[in-house]
Design a protein around this ligand. Structure first.
Ligand SMILES: [Ca+2]
Ligand SMILES: [Ca+2]
Ligand SMILES: [Ca+2]
Length: 304
């Protein structure tokens, strides 16, 4: 476990602490910095280690969300001079470790080059700053909606140490914290907290996640079962008000799956007489020639 440098209730000024955004999206999760800082990155490990954390958006609904921005509360420590680093940010489904709360699958990754690391010249005091990263409406996979992130560094050029602002459990006023944070040592991921106290010693890095619940576009016809990439509601896509090759691919990929594969029901759009919901039929739990016939008819008719 990396060395923990925690200093409770640090009153250093936040260079950019406001969560007010001129943004149609809104905060899905919010935690403030009331629990010191943790600056594990330095020139000795910057090319090797990664750190991350996760947060619950909503554990009570099955819908997915689109993520439009993440604001990371960051800190520098013990340097008379400013520096720079590239930050490689990965947004993950569930915790980035893949050890808890989801697969850890990458949903989006971006490299932010030349992030300025401000000087922290006062002994024992960090300099706090916020890094706001726009996200291209990154879609979560749905279900319990634990979203994580990790950062790793490249071209680290800073004399001191760098890392995260920390929150207590009570500072998480929107969404739900996770007790642990995540550490990659170059070979393996592990989880850590700063101690056993479930309020003041949790490892929750200060951040705000912006976004909105995802509302799928209406299906324009029974053949509109996927987006243009052939992704259905099972794979993070779904109808997109367009009939195109994505629907064709999705239908036939599903249609020719084994009878026992539940994903085959993606192609169940009609009853055995080929009647869809439009004709008063619809999915009947069986994939057969009725679905095949209906798909072709609606596919070639296109969106009305
Ligand atoms: Ca956590
Ligand atoms: Ca479509
Ligand atoms: Ca059917």
């Amino acid at each position: 476990m990396p060395k923990v440098r925690l200093s409770a209730m640090i009153a250093a000024a936040c260079l950019l602490g406001s969560v007010a955004q001129a943004n149609a999206q809104f905060p899905l999760t919010f935690s403030s910095n009331d629990n010191g800082f943790f600056t594990p990155f330095n020139s000795g490990n910057a090319n090797t280690v990664r750190y991350g954390d996760s947060v619950w958006i909503d554990c009570f609904a099955n819908g997915s969300f689109t993520l439009s921005q993440i604001d990371l509360g960051l800190a520098t420590f013990n340097s008379q001079t400013a520096g720079t680093t590239d930050i490689i940010l990965t947004i993950t489904e569930g915790d980035p470790s893949g050890l808890v709360f989801g697969s850890g699958q990458s949903l989006y990754q971006i490299t932010i080059p030349g992030v300025v690391l401000p000087e922290a010249p006062v002994e024992g005091q960090p300099t706090l700053f916020t890094l706001s990263v726009p996200l291209p409406d990154v879609r979560t996979l749905g279900g319990c909606n634990n979203v994580g992130y990790s950062i790793r560094l490249a071209n680290f050029n800073f004399a001191g140490s760098f890392g995260f602002q920390c929150s207590t459990a009570t500072a998480q006023t929107l969404g739900f914290f996770t007790n642990n944070a995540s550490f990659f040592n170059g070979s393996n991921w592990s989880l850590f907290a700063f101690g056993p106290n479930p309020v003041t010693q949790i490892a929750q890095f200060t951040m705000t996640l912006f976004g909105a619940p995802f509302t799928p576009p209406a299906s324009c016809s029974p053949a509109d079962i996927a987006n243009t990439d052939g992704e259905t509601t099972l794979t993070g896509g779904g109808p997109d008000n367009t009939i195109d090759n994505g629907d064709f691919t999705a239908f036939f990929s599903a249609f020719f799956l084994a009878d026992t594969d539940p994903a085959r029901l993606v192609s169940d759009i009609a009853n055995t007489d080929g009647e869809t919901t439009v004709e008063g039929g619809g999915a009947d739990g069986v994939v057969d020639n009725g679905d095949f016939t209906a798909f072709f008819a609606y596919f070639f008719a296109g969106c009305p």
